[in-house]
Ligand binder design. Structure first.
Ligand code: FES
Length: 336
């Protein structure tokens, strides 16, 4: 089995074995080293590193490789022999604590006529965690499809709560296969979870107004943030811009109305993917705001470009990671 020597930026050496089938990222975790990562499927680029010596192969990936010889994504990198890897982080940034692992019972799985599927889980009371749903609005968890090794990252769509309820939203289209896979699981089935994960969360120390933008799978974290602001009776001005097709409006409008009832300072706008000007105009409504955006890459790109054009300081924009929906739909169906 190849051995990996991973050198941190401050010169610490982490050594661990890696079976030929595992990625370097998975092998590091197996050994108790939690390296920076988000999507785990070659999409976000967070796990970038450089191989200094040794042969390896790279599984398909969408994110760009870091420049220079030996640039790799550790979640897609499999060693063919011993490797020496240079990590872009300091030793203190390498996690040593295992991700919290929990269990939850599958509750309702309902698909609205517009194609959106809502998934509810009820956390099982467990040791140090109790039964509560303790996470920060905007975070996600990984959910294991029963009987498989397939983990699906899903952002929560509800606020943290003491009742142990987790709600998720699967948009129509790309997620139809996942919705069918979860729909085929018997209600009450015990599922494995790991997390919460992710740093796309509200800066609650800031007193600036907030502008939240969401589309597709990014609607869930935005709705979770709004639900959290509502339950915590926040009074800072908040504007949300949801990118949705006209057919999605009947699904989204009642949710927005319920949030507005609890969050009177909330204003909201729905725009379609083709309304770049409208998006820009909505972002310009709160020029001194903190901006939060979650959704498909073109939406995040449009938000970035619009804020740049508006002269907004870059530090005020918080972007959600693009979560992987792999493996492919066919594979999900095969395991459902
Ligand atoms: S964690 Fe490796 S590319 Fe996202």
């Amino acid at each position: 089995m190849p051995d990996i020597a991973a050198i941190t930026r401050d010169g610490k050496k982490l050594t661990f074995p890696c079976s030929g089938a595992a990625s370097v990222l998975d092998a590091a975790e197996e050994a108790g080293y939690y390296l920076p990562s988000v999507c785990r499927h070659g999409r976000c680029g967070t796990c970038h590193a450089h191989v200094l010596s040794g042969a390896y192969e790279l599984a398909p990936h969408e994110a760009k490789l870091p420049p220079g010889p030996g640039g790799v994504l550790l979640c897609r990198c499999r060693p063919l022999e011993d490797l020496v890897v240079e990590l872009p982080c300091r030793d203190a940034q390498v996690g040593r604590r295992q991700l919290p692992r929990r269990h939850a019972m599958l509750g309702a799985v309902t698909t609205a006529p517009e194609g959106w599927t809502s998934l509810t889980l009820h956390l099982c009371p467990e040791g140090e965690f109790g039964a509560e749903a303790d996470f920060a609005a905007g975070q996600y968890i990984e959910l294991r499809l029963p009987g498989t090794e397939i983990w699906r990252p899903l952002p929560m769509a509800n606020a943290p709560n003491l009742d142990g309820v987790l709600e998720f939203l699967l948009p129509p289209g790309a997620d139809t296969a996942w919705a069918a896979a979860f729909g085929a699981i018997r209600r009450g089935t015990k599922l494995q979870l790991r997390g919460p994960l992710g740093s796309f969360t509200l800066d609650e120390k800031s007193s600036r107004p907030r502008c939240l933008v969401g589309g597709g799978a990014g609607l869930a974290p935005v709705l979770a943030m709004l639900a959290h602001l509502a339950t915590s009776r926040d009074r800072i001005r908040v504007h949300c811009v949801l990118q949705a097709a006209p057919a999605d409006r009947p699904f989204l409008e009642p949710r927005l109305a319920a949030l507005r009832a609890a969050l009177p300072q909330l204003t909201a706008a729905l725009v379609t993917a083709n309304e770049g000007m409208a998006l820009c105009a909505e972002l310009a409504r709160l020029p001194a705001a903190d901006f939060y955006a979650a959704g498909p890459a073109p939406l995040l790109g449009a938000v970035k470009a619009a804020l740049q054009a508006l002269g907004n300081p870059p530090g005020r924009l918080h972007l959600a990671p693009t979560l992987s929906t792999e493996p492919a739909a066919a594979s999900v169906m095969a395991h459902a």
